[in-house]
Design a protein around this ligand. Structure first.
Ligand code: CA
Length: 222
């Protein structure tokens, strides 16, 4: 499940990102207001975590623009100030929930999951399927051809990434960056090893290799 994290404080962003990734979310991070606005409008996110104090364009203006443009993604607002008025303004602008800083990352995750549950169906649906796989994000279960598959958290994240865009061919370095937060040769080797393990646990052709390009769930001729 892909989350947009809009936060200009690098320490909070790094900490939040690693916690969310540990919990199985795929995280895109943006730090400047204009980048956040553009990414939120064009990207396909299950939810957005939005800091109100962003450079270049403040979070409240971004939120209002998104809602005016019809974006219905669940949005959790973060604010350093934590004032009552800011909270009211945030909800008025279309925020779904609100978390004052400083916050514990466990609380952020709990709020985020509650938000995703409330959103139900639509963009935030809990199961995704492609290429014979069915992946339940909430229960953290995967089946292949209706048989349960036992995956490690990293394998689960890798598969969630491929299922999110089943027609796309993913470069192994891109997978390593998204799944493990690293984009070096060691990350790439780890991805290749994970793919091999998932194939062993399912079927040799469950994940296709496009030689020289990467991996995809799209079968031959797709
Ligand atoms: Ca800020």
């Amino acid at each position: 499940m892909r989350i947009l994290l809009a936060e200009d404080d690098q320490t909070i962003a790094d900490h939040t990102r690693s916690k969310l990734e540990l919990e199985g979310f795929l995280v895109d991070h943006r730090a400047s207001g204009p980048d956040v606005w553009a990414e939120g409008e064009t990207g396909d996110y299950a939810a957005i975590i939005l800091d109100l104090g962003l450079p270049g364009m403040d979070g409240l203006s971004i939120l209002k623009r998104w809602r005016a443009a019809g974006l219905d993604t669940p949005i959790l607002v973060l604010t350093a100030r934590g004032s009552w008025m800011e909270r009211v303004d945030g909800f008025d602008a279309g925020a779904d929930d609100y978390l004052p800083k400083p916050f514990r990352s466990e609380e952020l995750v709990a709020r985020l999951r509650a938000l995703l549950r409330r959103a139900g169906g639509g963009r935030a649906k809990a199961t995704a399927s492609a290429g014979g796989f069915v992946l339940d994000e909430t229960a953290r279960r995967v089946t292949y051809d209706d048989r349960p598959v036992d995956l490690t958290p990293l394998e689960f994240r890798l598969l969630a990434l491929l299922i999110a865009e089943p027609q796309r061919v993913f470069d192994p370095i891109e997978i390593a960056r998204q799944v493990q937060g690293r984009d070096d040769d060691a990350g790439k080797n780890a991805v290749e090893a994970m793919i091999a393990r998932i194939r062993r646990k399912t079927h040799p052709t469950a994940i296709a290799t496009r030689r020289g390009f990467g991996y995809t769930l799209a079968g031959e001729g797709a």
